[in-house]
Ligand binder design. Structure first.
Ligand SMILES: Nc1ncnc2c1ncn2[C@@H]1O[C@H](COP(=O)(O)OP(=O)(O)OP(=O)(O)O)[C@@H](O)[C@H]1O
Ligand SMILES: [Mg+2]
Length: 357
């Protein structure tokens, strides 16, 4: 049988990997986050070759050369394009490894709670083929909870809502175990899509991803702004003529677009919290919910959530890093890692353990 408790006794590079729809974040014990890059690759459509990975590929988005396409190999937190996910992960792992280290490598990785066996196997295989000797998979919600400061020894329940780019998940944790969870393959990127659709349909302007991301992070908010006439110029391509063009939009105009998405996220949380057992519900009534994931950074989201669910809502410290921070904690607690690891049995049994004491 695999003794994860022996993990500490041998020398390996230990890595925590949050392979997300929008970004891949890698942390190493004692060094913290060493890599944080967009989960994209740039592909030459003629040769099918990957010409750039991560930040370098993302920088080409929207202005890529004629034969180049920037692609996201993960959709909704799971592998959509296996070959490219593998290559992207291998690139990131190599980059994150401490200066040419050739120690054996083990990693703790997160996965969405609702992955199918096939999807989980794809994530595992991608990690193994990326040169990771041992992979421990754990549920994203649990990792995010530990990263947000929830203790595995706490017998009272805590609720964590992770709002990623392509997924939103609600996890209710007690004693280091998920007691209830729900997730939807729908996240903060929906706001970008809705903003682009609004501009195209109602203002006749086609805009790129960089533009909607800038609008989302600097202009829009989840509550009706005091000054609904605050305006900004948005540039893109005129739908009718195809010419470069610009329109002026106001905070009042885009507010309903954003609110529709935020409401759907809040409704998922509210519905999920009606499914709890009485004692668990009592704990959550006292403690409220913690928000994690990049989506939690949206202006006023916590405020919106608070009034929608009528409970206390707080945003975790470094919400984008909650998952990876939780994963990295597992290295200090091999017993807990053993308990939370959700690898398929066959894969676990085949895992090699070098220099076992
Ligand atoms: N300041 C900000 N304001 C609003 N949204 C933000 C901000 N910063 C990041 N985001 C959004 O957060 C999302 C990325 O979050 P995160 O890095 O947690 O996702 P992910 O883990 O890659 O995705 P998933 O968990 O769905 O696989 C993106 O949609 C991004 O636009
Ligand atoms: Mg995530």
């Amino acid at each position: 049988m695999l003794k994860i408790s022996s993990l500490k006794k041998f020398v390996t590079d230990q890595m925590a990997i949050d392979l997300g729809t929008a970004s891949t974040i890698i942390a190493v014990k004692e060094r913290g986050v060493v890599l944080d890059e967009p989960s994209v690759v740039a592909v030459n459509e003629i040769t099918e070759e990957i010409v750039a990975v991560g930040q370098e590929a993302a920088d080409m988005t929207g202005r890529e050369g004629r034969d180049i396409t920037v692609k996201a190999p993960l959709i909704g937190g799971v592998v959509a394009d296996f070959e490219r996910t593998k290559k992207m992960l291998a690139h990131f792992v190599k980059k994150a490894r401490s200066g040419g280290s050739n120690l054996s490598l083990s990693a703790v990785m997160s996965m969405p709670s609702d992955v199918t066996h096939v999807e989980q196997r794809a994530l595992l295989n991608a990690a193994e083929e990326a040169g990771i000797g041992k992979v421990f998979m754990m549920e994203e919600g649990l990792a995010a909870a530990f990263g947000a400061g929830v203790l595995a020894t706490d017998k009272r329940a805590s609720a964590i809502v992770d709002i990623g780019a392509g997924t939103t998940s609600v996890a209710v944790i007690a004693k280091g175990t998920i007691v209830h969870s729900a997730s939807e393959r729908f996240g903060s990127n929906e706001i970008n899509d809705m903003l682009a659709t609004h501009l195209r349909r109602h203002r006749g302007l086609q805009v790129g991803e960089e533009t909607t991301e800038l609008l989302k992070t600097t202009f829009v908010s989840s509550f009706l702004p005091d000054d609904i006439s605050r305006a900004i110029d948005v540039r893109g391509r005129d739908v009718q003529t195809g010419s470069p063009s610009a329109v002026e939009i106001t905070t009042g105009e885009v507010y309903p677009v954003v609110e529709a998405v935020v409401r759907r996220i809040a409704a998922l949380v509210k519905d999920t919290l009606t499914e709890l057992r009485p004692e668990v519900a009592a704990d959550i009534y006292d403690r409220g919910v913690i928000l994690t994931g990049g989506g939690a950074l949206l202006e006023g989201l916590d405020q919106y959530m608070r009034s929608y669910i009528n409970l206390a809502v707080s945003v975790a410290e470094e919400p984008r890093y909650a998952t990876v921070n939780g994963l990295v904690k597992m290295f200090d607690d091999p017993k807990l890692l053993e308990r939370v690891t959700r690898n398929e049995l066959g894969v676990l049994q085949n895992a090699e353990i070098p220099f076992e004491a």
